[in-house]
Design a protein around this ligand. Structure first.
Ligand SMILES: Cc1cc2nc3c(=O)[nH]c(=O)nc-3n(C[C@H](O)[C@H](O)[C@H](O)COP(=O)(O)O)c2cc1C
Length: 190
């Protein structure tokens, strides 16, 4: 992992936009440079669940790319990155990434991370999961992708959805070795 390079964050159209917002805020606080791409579905869900537009995320990121901009730097393996996370990750995007499809910048950037064998973390959210979802996620896991399902635990005293979002954002940052105070671990401090 190239810890000096920017991290690519993709937001797709699954439920869970607040997880992405919490992650972006924490990455900004940790001074991690983020390159952001939000799919059209992600844009719709971001508005629905967080009341935010893509431009509202600009203060937390170094650059934002349009999903149609397949000539953006992150469409090429020649652009160094720290890795990529897709949070939340829709079943549609899971399927595209698993099949190697890259007809928008988000899925193309994910494909680049696969081919360059860089860290790729997906936060899928769907319930129940279809057999196809499970097959695609198993394929991706076998390729080394981290499947960080959007499921908070019930033993940490989490009471609000915002706390669940922060917990999951914290688990995401853990994957990239980024320090944060988004959740307290099991029996932390004991
Ligand atoms: C409010 C809302 C919530 C949605 N939640 C989910 C979800 O949890 N999981 C999922 O796979 N798709 C969900 N969808 C459907 C996706 O947004 C849709 O399949 C979209 O085409 C995904 O496109 P993308 O993968 O390019 O973002 C949701 C859509 C809306 C409008």
């Amino acid at each position: 992992m190239n810890a000096d390079a920017p991290l690519v964050i993709g937001i797709s159209g699954a439920s869970g936009a607040p997880i992405a917002v919490a992650a972006l805020r924490a990455l900004h606080a940790a001074k991690v440079s983020v390159l952001l791409v939000v799919s059209r579905g992600g844009e719709a869900v971001l508005k629905e669940e967080a009341g935010l537009g893509v431009s509202d995320l600009a203060p937390y990121v170094t650059a934002t790319y349009d999903p149609s901009d397949i000539a953006a730097p992150i469409a090429s393996g020649s652009r160094p990155t720290r890795g990529m996370a897709i949070v939340p990750c829709s079943s549609n995007t899971v399927a595209q990434v698993a099949l190697g499809l890259g007809d928008n910048l988000l899925t193309r950037a994910a494909h680049v991370h696969l081919k360059e064998r860089r860290t790729l973390v997906l936060v899928p959210r769907e319930t129940p999961l279809s057999t196809l979802d499970l097959r695609h996620l198993a394929t991706l896991s076998e390729l080394g992708v981290v499947v960080l399902d959007a499921a908070p635990p019930y033993y940490l005293g989490i009471e609000r959805l915002s706390e669940a979002a922060e917990y999951l954002a914290g688990k995401l940052l853990d994957q990239f070795g980024v320090p944060h105070r988004l959740y307290r671990g099991w029996k932390e401090g004991t």
